[in-house]
Ligand binder design. Sequence first.
Ligand code: C2E
Ligand code: MG
Ligand code: MG
Ligand code: MG
Length: 287
Amino acid sequence: EAKRRGKNQFVIFDESMRQNTINMHNEELALAKAIEEEQLILHFQPQFDLELNKIIGAEALVRWEHPEKGLVYPDNFIPLAEQSGQILELGNYVIRKSFEYLAHREQLGLYPILLHINLSSLQLNDPNLVPYVKQMIQQFKIPGHYIGFEITETTLLTDIAHAKKTLEQLKMLGICVAIDDFGTGFSSLGQLKNLPVDLLKIDRSFVRDLETDKDDRMMVEAIIAMAHKLDIMVIAEGVETIEQLNMLRSFNCDLGQGYYISRPIAEDKFDDFPETIIVESFTASSV
Ligand code: C2E
Ligand code: MG
Ligand code: MG
Ligand code: MG
């Protein structure tokens, strides 16, 4: 009896494993189809210059317009794409769509923006990345300085020497290099000073509690001051309130991004997004 149950259990385990493999395979197939049939779309979240009160850039954020599930967010498929290696194809797709969008803006005569694209670790190590970007620059006639790449600290620090080489090649194309989610990894500005970094993106976990957490406030203020000493610009992500925005401004933070300014929006909506935004300000002069 025990032996039979054991055998049954083995069969059940084996069956569930088989099912997992099938599901995994199905998801990969679905994603491959989504890329092929252009079901992946970009939303754009405006990036705001805190001094000029102007939109000077945006972050491209991928979504999957799923025929049955509706709009699916990247946390639900980027990890799978990274595991399966499909992130290279997906990543190139996002890069191409970003160039397409910049060309579209230029054609409509809309104000220029610096468009930031998220880059996974596999992409940074892909020998085809730089040639592909060069090809896009030529094909769409969009200079590299309209493009930025957001790369996390962990991605940069796994192989610093290699990362440095790739970043230098990207810099030669005029591309802006940004560090995403800064503060959540284990890097220090000291480690980053050897890399050609233009922009630090302070993680939203530090921005969230700015009003209540004195430590976060000191951290953010110190990060901004040090970055500026190294000639690196700073953007804060996850700005949700005017109080956060004003505080960041008082710390001389260069740029802000978050729901307070705008959620990520579809292409046609971003086309209509105004360049200049007057955010109400509680500074002494306005009282
Ligand atoms: P991320 O690069 O750190 O992007 C910021 C995320 O925060 C976005 O989520 C954005 O919608 C959200 N966000 C922006 N402002 C606020 C705010 O004020 N409050 C709050 N609570 N959240 C805010 P999303 O679009 O779901 O993207 C999640 C992550 O997926 C991104 O994090 C990025 O790591 C990854 N991702 C998105 N698009 C791509 C892509 O094309 N390629 C790669 N490799 N990764 C991508
Ligand atoms: Mg990002
Ligand atoms: Mg981020
Ligand atoms: Mg983040």
